[in-house]
Design a protein around this ligand. Structure first.
Ligand code: DQA
Length: 146
């Protein structure tokens, strides 16, 4: 089993970026948390971040045949990108939508997600801890599906 963990715009700044909202954990710390969880479960993970919408689309396309599921924190593209939703629909891989913050408790413009309607499920509001939760949820889902 191989899981792709994909992070979108501005998430490279985690730790320094609005720590009151997103916490002090860096993306490197989060990668380590995901790798530790993956190792404990015996699954492989690949971990990426890009600020470029097109690069994120390309990584979703390339995941087909290479990975069994995707954990996606699309950052602000969550609320803007029909292209991202279409890419998810096109690859037919299970996607867990992830956000550090509870997007429904924040500004109105964050309440709508283009991703939720095509996602397997959604984890938000648990900060960095949501990532290992998502790895575990995907592992369970893939185990049930096999
Ligand atoms: C985010 C929430 C988005 O609304 C925001 O644009 C982000 C981060 C989160 O992880 O809480 O960049 O996806």
């Amino acid at each position: 089993t191989s899981i792709l963990v994909l992070n979108g715009p501005n998430l490279n700044l985690l730790g320094q970026r609005q720590p009151d909202v997103y916490g002090h954990t860096t993306l490197a710390d989060i990668e380590k948390m995901c790798r530790d969880k993956a190792q404990a479960l015996g699954v492989e993970i690949e971990f990426h971040q890009s600020n470029d919408e097109g690069a994120i689309l390309d990584m979703i396309h390339a995941a087909r045949g290479m990975h069994d599921g995707i954990i996606l924190n699309a950052g602000a593209y969550t609320h803007t990108s029909v292209a991202l939703r279409d890419a998810i629909s096109s690859v037919e891989l299970p996607v867990i939508e992830l956000h550090l913050s509870n997007i429904h408790a924040r500004e109105e413009f964050r309440h709508h997600s283009y991703i939720s309607g095509v996602a397997l499920g959604l984890i938000c509001g648990f900060g960095a801890a949501g990532y290992p939760m998502a790895v575990e949820a995907m592992h369970r889902h893939l185990g049930e599906a096999e």
